[in-house]
Design a protein around this ligand. Structure first.
Ligand code: PLP
Length: 451
């Protein structure tokens, strides 16, 4: 039999259960109830095998920035596959898609991030970063400067290296993470951990945890600090205004490289091209993936400043992936950047879509289950609570309320994710005001049903 979209859902689910191991999923549970099978998508709307139309409030996994069903992207991919489907960028060769994308990224990115090291994903790019910052310091005569400071509840990927940078305890419990010489400090999550402290004072305190860690570990032992401008997978946690300027000061004062992981916040998500512009961060290295190709092709990379690139170019970096600078992925990414730019999508997010969504999103604060809402550009979150004023967490098993709410969203044809008892959204950047209205209406309905 030919397996296709025309098969009955139950048969597809049975085949999926028999042969497909799903990431970040309890397989036993999923296989009992059967996966929802997505068959096609257009704009911000997914269609499933039962013909339901679902509003994708997550842009896939925070990545389909230009929306689904873009013919231009498919045409570019087909053209590139016919012309040069693959060639590597190892061992003294290069090709036009990698050259053109690198030049474009150098122009687009802030400051002097003028160089790109390609990877196939955000996880791989962060693995590159671990080795690159340590190699940088070793080449400069400081091989002992190798500890990387990251944050609890940060997410940087799921390979052994990038998962070690991340501060997800559930991940660390499985499979031998974290690797040595990674140190985690507390996150700037005022809502959950700030108590009565003023948010800006709390932002300073949490930034100074970096300084304390550097002093404890020794400045000559610390290679870099890595953080997401806004923690995404940790629950869309927007740090207090005071946080990033203080982190910047500390990195400069102690001669620590600053890595901004912009895998989610890059390419328009926060209303600027990069989260570093929104928060005025000047990193030495920036991790990119997801919105770089809007998820149409797997590609990630490390954008590297002049100073670090000069040192890396002075040695042979024994590192790379077969798909580093894959020509089809590069061509697709370049076309994606053209669409984001020429259609004015990023500008529109900042000037029109985000302000509209903010008004609507904040209206959810009036719901009795919602303790707070946060939004920056088109990434947002809301905290579910039994007591609005005290910001209390649910006493029952953490995450249950979020899970229930997510299930109601899904039943109401809205994809919204939950991180514990925080609900998060990150819709395609091309979402219209009418679609935002639908998103918020469905979210409200799901909250009512979960209440
Ligand atoms: N970094 C951040 C901030 C992410 O959110 C993610 C994925 O969600 C990654 C890295 C890992 O990227 P990938 O899943 O492409 O390996």
């Amino acid at each position: 039999t030919v397996i296709s979209n025309h098969m009955p859902t139950a048969e597809l689910q049975a085949l999926d259960a028999a042969h497909h191991l799903h990431p970040f999923t309890n397989g036993g549970e999923l296989n009992t109830k059967g996966a929802r099978i997505i068959t096609r998508a257009k704009g911000v709307t997914l269609t499933d095998s039962e013909g339901n139309e679902i509003l994708d409030g997550m842009a896939g996994l925070w990545c389909v920035n230009v929306g689904y069903g873009r013919k231009e992207m498919a045409e570019v991919a087909a053209r590139q596959m016919l012309e040069l489907p693959y060639y590597n960028t190892f061992f003294q060769t290069s090709h036009v898609p990698a050259i053109a994308l690198s030049e474009r990224l150098a122009k687009l990115s802030p400051h002097d991030l003028n160089h790109v090291f390609y990877a196939g994903s955000g996880s791989e790019a962060n693995d590159t970063n671990i080795r690159m910052v340590r190699t940088y310091w070793a080449e400069k005569g400081h091989p002992e400067k190798k500890t990387i400071i990251a944050r609890k509840n940060g997410y940087h990927g799921s390979t052994v290296g990038s998962g070690s940078l991340g501060g997800m305890t559930g991940m660390h419990a499985q499979g031998g993470m974290p690797i040595p010489d990674i140190h985690h400090i507390d996150q700037p999550n005022w809502y959950a951990e700030g108590g009565d402290t003023d948010p800006n004072e709390f932002g300073l305190q949490r930034a100074r945890a970096l300084e304390e860690a550097i002093l404890e570990l020794g400045e000559d032992k610390v290679a870099a600090f890595i953080g997401e401008p806004i923690q995404g997978a940790g629950g869309v946690i927007i740090p207090p205004e005071t946080y990033w300027p203080e982190i910047q000061r500390i990195c400069e004062q102690y001669n620590i490289l600053l890595i901004a992981d912009e895998v989610i916040t890059g390419f328009g998500r926060t209303g600027n091209w990069f989260g570093c512009e929104t928060f005025d961060i000047k990193p030495h290295i920036m991790t990119i993936a997801k919105g770089l190709s809007s998820g149409y092709a797997p590609i990630g990379g490390s954008l590297v400043c002049d100073e670090v690139a000069e040192v890396m170019n002075s040695c042979e970096f024994n590192h790379g992936y077969t798909y580093s600078g894959h020509p089809v992925a590069c061509a697709v990414a370049l076309e994606n950047l053209r669409l984001l730019d020429e259609e004015g999508i990023v500008e529109k997010v900042g000037k029109e879509t985000a302000p509209y969504l903010k008004k609507k999103w904040e209206s959810l604060n009036e719901h009795p289950l919602v303790g707070e809402t946060q939004l920056c550009g088109l990434m947002g979150s809301m905290a579910l609570t039994p007591h609005k004023d005290s910001r209390a967490a649910f006493a029952a098993e953490a995450g249950t309320a979020g899970l229930i709410c997510r299930e109601h969203c899904f039943a109401n044809n809205l994809v919204m994710r939950h991180v514990g008892d925080r609900m998060v959204i990150s819709p395609p950047l091309v979402i219209t005001n009418a679609e935002i209205d639908t998103l918020v209406e469905r979210a409200w309905k799901a909250l009512d049903q979960a209440h």
